[in-house]
Each structure stands twice: as C-alpha cells, then as structure tokens.
Ligand binder design. Structure first.
Ligand code: NI
Length: 137
C-alpha cells in the first residue's frame, strides 16, 4: 500500500524580481511591487509530500523526524531569513520567482531523499498564491 506523507514548514526570505538587461521601467511593469529596488520579504509556507510504500515492519512510509531534519537542512537553514538574490548560490543567475524557487527546493530535497520515494513540493508565496513542482498535468 502506498501513502503520501506531508510535512509543512515555514520560513521567510527577501527577494527582488529584476532583470539587469531590462530598463527599470520594464522591470516595474512586468514584476510590479516584487521589483522594488530595496527588496521585500515573503512569509513562505512549504508543503513537502513524500509518497511511498508503507513499510511492513514500521507501518510508516518515512520517519517524520527524518523528513523534518531533511527539510531543515535543505530548506530552512539555507533560506530562512536570507536574501534570495544576494545570499543564495542558486539565484546568482536565476530570477527568484516562486516558480524557480519551488523547483530549487525540489532539486535540493530530491538529492537527499531516497529514490524509492516520489516527491512533490508546494510553495506558498502568499496564502492565496502557491506553486507546485512537479507540475499538475
Ligand atoms: Ni515578491
């Protein structure tokens, strides 16, 4: 039997959506308030969904303590209270939109999560705007 196990996490980070090859005007037009030159913050909520077989001995898919530790190491520690543009290697040449951010988070978690598990992440930039990787079909 396969079950999905979901763990929530919370962190906040600052960013600016901006293309240096565009004018200030065009950046403002496309990215709006998210292009504010002095950065701004978001309270991100993350849902990490791990799907796999329920182990016959433990009755568990994954130990939630292990999942909690992985999320802390791969997401909260590197991103919480950080400026995504300035502090995070992945966003050196990548605009820190939530589309990119949820993919970056998925990649980090995928690297350390055993391959027998399926992995989905959902990232809330605001309570009403959220992003998912892999995409829904
Ligand atoms: Ni923003």
């Amino acid at each position: 039997m396969r079950v999905s196990v979901i763990r929530k996490a919370h962190f906040n980070a600052a960013h600016r959506l901006y293309r240096p090859d565009w004018s200030e005007e065009r950046n403002r037009e496309v990215f709006g308030l998210c292009s504010n030159p002095n950065f701004h913050g978001h309270n991100y909520e993350l849902e990490v969904c791990v799907t796999g077989e329920v182990d016959e001995e433990t009755g568990m898919v994954i130990n939630l303590k292990d999942l909690k530790d992985i999320i802390y190491e791969e997401v909260e520690r590197p991103f919480d209270h950080k400026n995504l543009n300035l502090d995070v290697e992945e966003f050196k040449d990548l605009i820190p939109t939530s589309e990119h951010f949820c993919y970056v988070i998925w990649q980090r978690l995928r690297k350390v999560l055993p391959s027998k598990f399926d992995l989905q992440v959902r990232l809330y930039e605001t309570p009403r705007n959220f992003f998912e990787y892999p995409p829904r079909t």
